[in-house]
Design a protein around this ligand. Structure first.
Ligand code: ATP
Length: 245
């Protein structure tokens, strides 16, 4: 791993509806080639942080009122999601958001719309990581399982050839075995393709096993951060987030 910083969030504040202060000065940095986890309970501000980075807050009447967000040292706050994808940053939203009436393969192909290149080869790359999607390539996405839809959402993001993937709550609603499978694939993508991940997770246990570094958010503030191995051993993290003391 190199320590080159890809994404840097500096002291951002986010306000919804002009009055509700939700992020109260969040800073974090995402090294190239790493898996960085953004942890915290329900409503801590994880999704808001990811949406601030990918400039998706406007439709929710939210705005970044302070601080800055840089990608490769350049400010990205003004970029629309499509320009961001061209730069190499893509968000996989919470709740998956497949096109239910399209097939699995058609869903994957929608991820390649911003680019040219050898799309067939990339489709094979995605199927290589997700053999289950290859089996189900002709199925209508709406009829596949929750786990398969999460795989479609990640696979579709991969089709844009991203450098940095923002993954919101990949474990949500999935059985433990599938959570392991999805995180195992994230790890593979990180190790073999060099993909950088910033992932938001309520499941601290699984996230800290797969991530290299973690930030813990509480009520819109980073209350702790450190290498995943250290956080796993931290008594407060054990007591409040890992369900053991
Ligand atoms: P979750 O895992 O539930 O998504 P989270 O850590 O991602 O939790 P956020 O979704 O970022 O948390 O929400 C942070 C806070 O912002 C919560 O108190 C939430 O109620 C509030 N919030 C989120 N979206 C809006 C909105 N559109 N308008 C007003 N408040 C909002």
């Amino acid at each position: 791993r190199t320590e080159e910083t890809l994404l840097e969030v500096n002291n951002i504040e986010v306000i919804y509806n002009h009055v509700i202060l939700v992020l109260k000065g969040v800073s974090l940095s995402v090294p190239k080639g790493g898996i960085t986890a953004l942890l915290g309970g329900n409503g801590a501000g994880k999704t808001t942080t990811l949406k601030a980075i990918s400039n998706l807050l406007h439709s929710e009447r939210g705005e970044v009122t302070k601080g800055s967000i840089n990608y490769r040292g350049e400010p990205i706050a003004e970029l629309d999601p499509a320009s961001l994808v061209k730069k190499g940053v893509i968000q996989v939203m919470e709740g998956r958001h497949c096109f239910e009436h399209l097939t699995v393969e058609e869903n994957l192909l929608t991820g390649a719309y911003t680019r040219g290149g050898d799309i067939a080869a990339d489709l094979e790359m995605v199927y290589n990581y997700f053999p289950r999607l290859k089996e189900r390539r002709k199925s209508q996405a709406g009829y596949t399982s929750g786990g398969e839809q999460q795989m479609v959402a990640i696979g579709r993001a991969l089709m844009s050839k991203p450098e940095c993937i923002l993954l919101d709550e990949p474990s949500m609603g999935l059985a433990p075995q599938l959570v392991e499978e999805i995180f195992g694939i994230v790890k593979d993508l990180n190790e073999k393709e060099g993909a950088t991940f910033l992932l938001a997770e309520q499941n601290t246990n699984v996230a800290l096993r797969f991530a290299h570094y973690g930030y813990i958010l509480e009520s819109g503030r980073v209350v702790m951060d450190g290498p995943a191995a250290e956080l796993r051993e931290n008594p407060d993290v054990k007591e409040f987030y890992l369900g053991m003391s």
